[in-house]
Design a protein around this ligand. Sequence first.
Ligand code: UDX
Ligand code: UDX
Length: 436
Amino acid sequence: MNICVIGTGYVGLVTGAVFAELGNDVICVDSAAEKIDLLNKNKIPFFEPGLEEMVVRNRNEERLSFTTDIARGVRASEIIFICVNTPTLDNGETDLAYIKSAARDIALALNGDKTIVNKSTVPVGTGDLVLETINEHKNEGFNVDVVSNPEFLREGSAIRDALSPDRIIIGASTKKVAFRLMELYATLEAPILITNLYTAEIIKYASNAFLATKISFINSIANLCEQTGADVEDVARGMGYDKRIGRDFLNAGLGFGGSCFPKDVKSLLSTSAGFGYRFDILKHVMETNNGRAAHFLELIKTRFPDLNGKTVAVLGLSFKPDTDDMREAKSIEIIKALLEESVIIQAYDPVAMQRAREMFPDIRYCRNAYEACDGADAMLLVTEWREFRLLNMEKIKNSMKHPIIFDGRNIYDPERKKRLGFEYYCFGRGKWPKSS
Ligand code: UDX
Ligand code: UDX
């Protein structure tokens, strides 16, 4: 099938590459000329494991190409995916300006009947808006169907998630239109749910908001554990054995960041309010999450009431492992607060340092975790990259000024760290020290 994908961000580029891999002819379009230039040189604008190889392979086999010319992409394709960004406005609403402009550009380029598929995460009713915008601008005679087909891929495992999804959701006005899209997914083994547009749009938000709720819930349990001496890791394990609950997304720590959870929870709150419904649980989910970095800093301040001039190693800068994405990363809040206290920061991240430099040009970036910990008064584990679980802790201990770990992701075993001679602090595993 001939496919056009509009927007070559995380979602669009992975979608385009995977559909090409499945044997389709794909044209990816982006309005950012510098991104398209990079892609045409086989360079990926962000880090995502396995993506570069897939893009290069499919470009070489001439199934995948990149352009800024949206009209060319639309004219050559039967199915057009919209994957542009949908940021949050200051009032909490979702900014649909890019979606509308993509719909208008599609309409102006139409040369036949097309199926337009919304993959961007958009509030319920946006499918109608896309159709109205296209109908307003298109020439008579061409028929357009709009489908919602939300994407559930996670950064860092996007290719795997796209090739082996837990489910495929298709929201369409008729079964006939939905079947057109089903053909594209025929080779993937995944349950397919066909439903109406509004339901598909809500499924995406409901899923992300529910996962975010799980995280804030376990973080609230961690707070309680800190008061009582219980261990949140065992609580999560004990809850997770129950198949109705499951262990996934019950990792206590600094909370969620990234381009999706914070944005989607806020958007669902605002959409609900727009319909006159107060979705109060989600307000608390956000409040709990927004308090995590401050809670971590409170713990640090309990140990170091005066941080002025202290040297701190910050391990991990991206919002989660296996990505260089810094959007809503907890590291940002933590580094800002430490800089206000005149802390000397020695940071290390396996791939996100280039992006971090744009935000924090003046902190010291290190070649590895050992260099970051060298001479430090404390180590702050902020993102749980796998390599941080495998460090030679003896070496780290000997190089630090004070062997103190603040583990923002609960990745280490407290007893083991104490046996090795570290002072070790984390979330929800035993009582917190009282401030002096
Ligand atoms: C984005 C949204 O954040 C998410 O909610 C949605 O589900 C999918 O799109 P992501 O792919 O991570 O996710 O966004 P981003 O990396 O910002 O990529 C969007 C791309 O669209 C950018 O490359 C941007 O240049 C491009 N774009 C934006 C256009 O090509 N045209 C536009 O008018 C606007
Ligand atoms: C998420 C959804 O998982 C995905 O389905 C959707 O399409 C896009 O949004 P992503 O943002 O890439 O994916 O990452 P995810 O792995 O879900 O993690 C989000 C955040 O939650 C990260 O900051 C992570 O550190 C945090 N998290 C995750 C926790 O704090 N605890 C957990 O138990 C799990």
